[in-house]
Design a protein around this ligand. Structure first.
Ligand SMILES: [Zn+2]
Length: 400
């Protein structure tokens, strides 16, 4: 089995070869915890969970870390709306998130890291960038000087002039519109951290490189997140990290996934169309929800429709009803292995979760799908093998 993944950095589908096989270091941008997890986040985290489970299945040893952003203006505003202090609010929100990760069976994340535990590393990285001439101070704010970064724009595949058309932080003191803050003012003095440049807050992008360079070193294998983070967030991470370490590429494979839209619109508070993951999982079950998240290619946007999720739930229950009376011990090993090869073939092709879910549906409709004759016992064995990769209990065993 050879996995190929689409790498945003090169724009190509590439054979997956980690830096130090069988170890795979993987990082995915985690949540800013101002609100409960919505189904857009859930889709992202479920996808990287399946990716990590599959990498483990094909023999890699994955160290999957995710950050939790607890330094952000949105958290200050959200905690103001409650009667809680910022730290109490953040801790409550993180425990809600961890509960939702449990509900959604996102089991592959080895550590969730609160970025506020890495402020010293952010200060250290900012100092290095200043010392190396990659950063400058203006009006009490420290900016990264993107003109010093030869490869800036490589992840977005855009020129500097095209990037200038994208929305970025506006500020008076920047030398270039594309420059971004490494250290800035805190929204309130009591929330500020001490630094050699006075008290303040770290910028957004350095929060990630502080965690990943500390955990993985100068290079690692996979960086995930939704594609809307490519610019400026991920572009800025590359610029910072490569300037700090002098080593390229910072990340070997950039794997981005699509967004979830509701009736074609982005989910947002102002639209009033947010669907929380815990509510969807409670109503339709986590198996149906995870299966529904596989109804398209991971890189494409998904249009969430509740009636479709309801149909997937019916379909899922029907499949489990059909298969549960059979006995996987009576299966034929070579037939099961052929079915598994086919299934893994889909995932090897840039994690084609849609193809793999379609295969599962198809084997229920005919007993000679894909030219391989099989019995219901064979099917049950096959489905219990793939259940643990997808995190969907396809045989009603209660073990995934
Ligand atoms: Zn991030």
């Amino acid at each position: 089995m050879t996995l190929y993944v689409y790498n945003t950095l090169t724009g190509n589908k590439e054979r997956f070869e980690p830096l130090k096989a069988p170890a795979v270091n993987m990082f995915c941008c985690g949540p800013t915890v101002q609100d409960l997890m919505h189904i857009g986040h859930a889709r992202t985290y479920i996808f990287y969970d399946i990716l990590s489970r599959y990498l483990e299945r094909i023999g890699f040893r994955v160290n999957f870390i995710m950050n939790v952003t607890d330094i952000d203006e949105s958290l200050v505003d959200a905690s103001d709306d409650t009667n809680m202090s910022l730290p109490d609010f953040v801790n409550r929100q993180i425990s809600n998130y961890l509960e939702d990760f449990g509900v959604l069976r996102i089991k592959s994340v080895n550590s969730f890291i609160k970025v506020s535990n890495y402020v010293n590393e952010m200060i250290e990285q900012t100092s290095i960038l200043l010392k190396k001439g990659y950063a400058y101070t203006s009006d009490g704010i420290i900016y990264f000087d993107t003109n010093r970064s030869k490869h800036f724009g490589e992840l977005s595949h855009e020129s500097r002039s095209r990037l200038r058309l994208r929305p970025v932080e506006l500020a008076e003191g920047k030398k270039d519109l594309l420059d971004f803050a490494l250290w800035r003012r805190a929204p309130r003095e009591e929330l500020a951290y001490e630094s050699p440049w006075g008290s303040g807050w770290p910028g957004w992008h350095i929060q990630d490189t502080a965690v990943t360079i500390s955990m993985f070193g100068a290079q690692y294998d996979i960086h995930g997140g939704a594609y809307e983070l490519i610019y400026p967030h991920h572009e800025a991470e590359i610029a910072q990290a490569e300037a700090i370490t002098g080593i390229r590429p910072f990340v070997k494979y950039w794997i981005h996934c699509g967004l979830v839209k509701i009736d074609g619109k982005k989910m947002s508070k102002s639209e009033g169309n947010i669907i929380y993951a815990r509510n969807a999982a409670r109503k339709y079950g986590v198996d149906s929800l995870r299966l529904y998240m596989m109804s398209g290619r991971y890189r494409d946007d998904m249009n969430y429709k509740e009636d479709q999720l309801a149909m997937v739930k019916e379909e899922y229950e029907r499949m489990v009803d059909i298969i549960s009376p059979y006995d996987e011990k009576k299966s034929d090993a070579s037939t099961v292995s052929k079915l598994l090869q086919l299934f893994y073939g889909f995932l090897d092709n840039d994690m084609d979760i849609y193809g793999s879910a379609s295969m599962i549906r198809k084997i229920f409709t005919t007993e000679t799908a894909f030219g391989i004759p099989y019995t219901k016992n064979d099917m049950k064995r096959f489905l219990s093998e793939v259940s643990s990769v997808l995190g969907v209990d396809l045989v009603g065993s209660g073990r995934v």
